[in-house]
Write a protein that binds this ligand. Structure first.
Ligand SMILES: *[C@@H]1O[C@H](CO)[C@@H](O)[C@H](O)[C@H]1NC(C)=O
Ligand SMILES: *[C@@H]1O[C@H](CO)[C@@H](O)[C@H](O)[C@H]1NC(C)=O
Ligand SMILES: *[C@@H]1O[C@H](CO)[C@@H](O)[C@H](O)[C@H]1NC(C)=O
Ligand SMILES: *[C@@H]1O[C@H](CO)[C@@H](O)[C@H](O)[C@H]1NC(C)=O
Ligand SMILES: *[C@@H]1O[C@H](CO)[C@@H](O)[C@H](O)[C@H]1NC(C)=O
Ligand SMILES: *[C@@H]1O[C@H](CO)[C@@H](O)[C@H](O)[C@H]1NC(C)=O
Ligand SMILES: *[C@@H]1O[C@H](CO)[C@@H](O)[C@H](O)[C@H]1NC(C)=O
Ligand SMILES: *[C@@H]1O[C@H](CO)[C@@H](O)[C@H](O)[C@H]1NC(C)=O
Ligand SMILES: *[C@@H]1O[C@H](CO)[C@@H](O)[C@H](O)[C@H]1NC(C)=O
Length: 415
């Protein structure tokens, strides 16, 4: 049930107000300073559990409200933060989500605008207000949705939290309540996180977290903190799928497909990054990337990662995809061929030695060399010419490579 606390605030009609009036009239030049009292507001809070309703009112005359457009400048800052939020409103209330803040300080002032010209005609002074919430015992709350249906949240317990507390986690999503499936605990058996699986998320509907700190010594209701997320903004995507690499026209072509997502899977939503061994990471919006290269590397790998960027603001990158290795087919073939030939040569060599030894041992020294080894010899000879060819091929390859290197060095020198 909503607790209603009406806290009238002392009017601050002081040097402060006259100062603002003075400075603003300086700015606009022809400001009426009439009946500042009527413009002055009274602020109070109607506190509902997950949200704080801040309201204000003043003594503007009927004439004034009819003659002018009335607007309010609201400025508020949560405790222990530096960011000041400022807005101009036409209504006389504001819902403030405390989340894990222990309170805020707010101030409001009235502005009257001429209906025709929309110039400021009158302005009241600031009225200040401080709202102090019950103590907050947790901090650094962070949640993530991953692998489509997995949901993790973690938090820290503040040092000033009482010893005998326990923390309970639940959330509401699309009008249903969910309890934590599995708590993560710290060394003192306190719950510091929650892991959930097989959860179905409606990407555009909010997840409303309710983290309740209970004192285990008394059966009191405990303190509840609330925070809301849009599922899409905390989704960590899986890495891109079906990453493939091909070598065409002396360039590396990498193709992939986007991973599944809980939100829109329209092509334009995804932002990718491609990492090729030792190269600078590049941003890519298409589902492919072409990298022209001069010197084919023997072995380099390509990896891709993804996040949502355009359709929804999301800061969480996926993991990198498994590396896909890029081989220069030609290099590999030549290397493989020379290796095979080398092994064959060793094998045949040892075979020859063995055969020779055997025949030398068994037969008379003067006996002519038998036919089989002749065969082997011719075979070897043929092979050797082959090998020589191979060697020359390799030589060519090497010279190619060195040319490539010098070209690249040249480029580097230019840069
Ligand atoms: C408006 O006027 C009434 C009566 O004079 C006074 O009691 C009240 O405090 C005033 N309110 C504001 C916001 O000044
Ligand atoms: C946060 O701000 C409140 C009010 O300004 C102050 O009492 C409190 O000590 C601050 N806490 C920390 C941790 O700075
Ligand atoms: C947790 O929050 C505190 C205060 O807000 C901050 O100083 C600290 O760096 C945070 N720790 C982590 C791990 O984010
Ligand atoms: C991702 O989800 C699928 C199906 O829900 C499951 O089979 C798989 O194990 C999950 N992967 C990880 C890394 O948890
Ligand atoms: C989520 O929590 C589970 C259980 O602690 C952990 O194994 C997993 O690595 C976490 N995943 C992410 C993405 O944080
Ligand atoms: C938050 O959770 C606590 C404990 O389960 C419960 O008492 C409280 O009513 C919940 N708050 C809302 C707004 O549902
Ligand atoms: C529990 O009781 C103690 C003392 O009896 C009190 O100080 C504390 O605020 C209570 N805890 C909660 C969460 O209400
Ligand atoms: C990825 O490749 C597999 C096997 O080739 C295919 O069945 C699957 O549909 C592909 N996935 C996508 C998203 O293209
Ligand atoms: C290679 O490049 C040439 C000219 O740049 C082009 O005509 C040809 O289609 C390309 N081949 C492939 C497979 O991309």
């Amino acid at each position: 049930m909503a607790r209603v606390t009406v806290i009238p605030v002392v009017l601050i009609l002081s040097i402060f107000q006259s100062k603002t009036l003075f400075s603003t009239s300086l700015a606009s030049g022809q400001r009426d300073v009439v009946d500042a009292l009527g413009l002055q507001n009274v602020l109070w809070v109607t506190q509902h559990e997950p949200r704080v309703f801040l309201s204000w009112n003043n003594n503007l005359t009927k004439e004034e409200t009819e003659k002018y457009t009335v607007k309010y400048v609201l400025s508020y800052k949560f405790f222990n933060t530096t960011r000041e939020r400022k807005e101009r409103l036409q209504k006389k209330n504001k819902i403030i989500y405390l989340e894990l803040h222990s309170g805020f300080s707010a101030k409001v002032k009235t502005q009257l605008f001429a209906k025709e010209t929309e110039d400021i005609v009158k302005e009241g002074g600031w009225t200040e207000f401080t709202y102090k919430a019950p103590p907050v015992y947790i901090q650094n709350l962070s949640c993530i949705i991953y692998n489509i249906s997995f949901f993790n949240c973690t938090w820290d317990i503040k040092v000033e939290a009482p010893e005998d507390i326990q923390i309970f986690f639940s959330y509401r999503h699309v009008r249903k309540d969910f309890e934590c499936q599995r708590y993560l605990k710290n060394g003192r058996k306190k719950n510091i996180g929650c892991h959930m699986e097989e959860i179905y998320f409606q990407p555009s509907r909010k997840i409303n977290l309710n983290i309740t700190v209970r004192d285990l010594r008394n059966n009191s209701r405990g303190l509840s903190y609330y925070k809301a997320f849009t599922p899409q903004t905390i989704e960590k995507l899986n890495p891109p799928v079906n990453v493939s690499v091909s070598l065409e026209n002396r360039s590396i072509k990498i193709h992939w497909k986007p991973p599944p997502t809980i939100g829109s899977s329209s092509n334009k939503c995804f932002l990718y990054q491609v990492k090729i061994t030792d190269r600078k990471i590049v941003d890519v919006t298409a589902e492919k990337y072409e990298y022209p290269f001069h010197k084919p590397a023997n072995k380099c790998s390509a990896q891709v990662r993804v996040k949502k960027e355009v359709c929804i603001r999301n800061k969480i990158w996926s993991e990198w995809s498994e590396p896909v290795f890029i081989h220069d087919e030609k290099t590999v073939d030549v290397m493989l061929l020379s290796l095979t030939l080398f092994c064959l040569l060793i094998f045949l060599g040892s075979l020859l030695i063995c055969t020779c030894r055997r025949y030398r041992c068994l037969a008379v020294i003067t006996m002519p060399v038998p036919h089989p080894s002749d065969n082997i010899k011719t075979w070897l000879a043929a092979d050797e010419t082959h090998h020589q060819k191979q060697m020359s091929m390799q030589m060519e390859m090497h010279s190619d490579v060195s040319v490539g290197i010098s070209e690249e060095n040249g480029e580097e020198n230019v840069q």
